[in-house]
Design a protein around this ligand. Sequence first.
Ligand SMILES: [Fe+2]
Length: 160
Amino acid sequence: MTVVKSPLPEPARQVTFDALQGTLVDLLGISLIGKQAHWNIVGPRFRSIHLQLDEVVTTARAFADTVAERAAALGLPPDGRPETIASAFTLPSPKEGWLRDEDVVRVIAETLGAAIDRLRERIGTTEKADPVTQDLLIGITAELEKQRWMFEAENWPRED
Ligand SMILES: [Fe+2]
């Protein structure tokens, strides 16, 4: 049943939807991870990283809304249910329980880095399928790369 008419033909619509749905899962997962780390961080750098994590959460939530609404606008329903996120989310995630500040910085940088790698792939797949969606993904990537830079800077000097 067609509820919302799509401006895209098949298969461009499905390619674009897959990119948006995958990005939605990653962003919603990042928003959960960000809060998990925000609540469980311990250590001398608690305050600054605790606050920085909320910036990640705010960014991820805002972009999750953007990509979900783009999918809906293309005539395909986004799926942001918790069971969908739980089964589809595969980015690096912090361990359960209290988290040392240095471990938080490391894992969040890894999570953002993995998300960015996927976004850059999706920028490629949407280039011809839907440049409007590609433009959204480029903007999201730029912001996540900025967030990752700040965590990488926090991570200096490295132990490895
Ligand atoms: Fe808080």
